[in-house]
Design a protein around this ligand. Structure first.
Ligand code: F6P
Length: 356
């Protein structure tokens, strides 16, 4: 079992459920440290997991196995003596390590990127079962991923705190939330936190429209504003705000859009405007009970798939059940916020603007 990509609250609960369910089957369980890295140096990152190792971890954030979002064994970046880098395919070493350590199956817990790796390894013959994780909630094959609920709670709590300071100073505060190409966290936390405007990648915004919505709020009162900005939000006809371009085996890094929105909004309205980035706080801390339960269900279901020999699949929530979907299908589509859906409609009925 390994955990890959950015961490998400609930990872440890999956690990606990996999270990306990597998031990109940009479199997041995090993964890691979830092994604696949733990297999690439002669297996020095393999750790036996027993009941004691998973005692009391369901409520802990992070992952006891460690993780990385830079360790794709199929496109491994190696630095050459002249300082340049090249990509090498180390999948053969992964398959050999599984043979050498007599590992019969892999439970790969990860998001979009990690599940792509799992799907490729599965095609190469590795018996893999995937478990979806991401705070971004952007995997189409499952109704929801664990970690999302906790991230929304953290973001919504933070927005609650911004109200009093924004109101005291009669300011606008733009807060940037995670989510990569999708606006799920911003939308859910923005509505729950009573934002005035929510900017998401799925609805390109016009800063003049954001300014109008904020000015109307100031006229109506109370005289302050909260603008929730998904990190991937994009102005109509413009570009997303990236800190680092993506590339093969490397996801793009978003950042800076809230600062840009705050600057332009301040100029357009003359109202004092501040910005902040909530950042990795959204990935930390205890998983909510909802995320814990979902993660435990996913872990137990993954072991069920392994015991049935149902490989090349990912567990997914299809209420009321946890089902299996083929990995290839699971990674095929990104789940975007439905712009005509009931959640966006609810926000509009509450008077929340989207800058469109
Ligand atoms: O995919 C989860 C996520 O937290 C995104 O919301 C965010 O864009 C990204 O990971 C940040 O990654 P890193 O931890 O590499 O900065």
């Amino acid at each position: 079992m390994n955990t890959g990509g950015g961490d998400a609250p609930g990872l440890n609960a999956v690990i606990r459920a996999v270990v306990l369910s597998a031990l109940n089957e009479g199997w041995e369980v090993v964890g691979i440290r830092r994604g696949y890295d733990g297999l690439l140096n002669g297996g020095d990152g393999l750790v036996t997991l027993d009941r004691g190792s998973v005692q009391g971890i369901a409520s802990l954030g992070g992952t006891i196995l460690g993780t990385t979002n830079r360790g794709n064994p199929l496109r491994w970046r190696r630095t050459l003596p002249d300082g340049t880098t090249e990509e090498v395919d180390r999948s053969g070493e992964i398959l050999a390590a599984f043979e050498e350590h007599e590992i019969d199956a892999l439970v790969a817990i990860g998001g979009d990127g990690s599940l792509h790796i799992a799907a490729e390894l599965s095609q190469l013959g590795l018996p893999v079962v995937g478990v979806p994780k991401t705070i971004d909630n952007d995997l189409a094959a499952t109704q929801v991923t664990f970690g999302f609920h906790t991230a929304v709670q953290t973001a919504s709590d933070a927005i609650d705190k911004l109200h009093s300071t924004a109101e005291s100073h009669e300011r606008v505060i733009a807060v940037e939330l995670m989510g990569r190409h999708t606006g799920w966290i911003a939308l859910f936390a923005g509505i729950s936190g009573s934002a005035d405007v929510i900017l998401v990648p799925e609805i390109p915004f016009d800063i003049r429209s954001v300014a109008r919505q904020v000015q109307e709020k100031f006229l109506r009162g109370p005289r302050y504003g909260i603008v929730v900005v998904a990190e991937g939000a994009t102005p109509a006809g413009g570009e997303a705000s990236l800190l680092e371009e993506g590339g093969p085996g490397k996801a793009a890094r978003y950042g800076g859009i809230a600062e840009r929105v705050a600057e332009e909004l301040g100029e357009a309205t003359g109202i004092e405007t501040r910005s902040l980035v909530l950042g990795h706080l959204q990935r930390g801390g205890q998983p909510t009970a909802y995320d814990r339960l979902l993660a435990l269900r996913f872990g137990a279901a993954a072991v069920d798939l392994v015991s049935r020999g149902d490989f090349g699949c990912m567990v997914a929530l299809d209420p009321p059940e946890v089902l299996a979907v083929p990995l290839a299908e699971a990674i095929a589509t990104l789940k975007k916020v439905p712009v005509e859906g009931d959640v966006v409609r609810t926000a509009r009925r509450l008077g929340i603007g989207f800058g469109d």
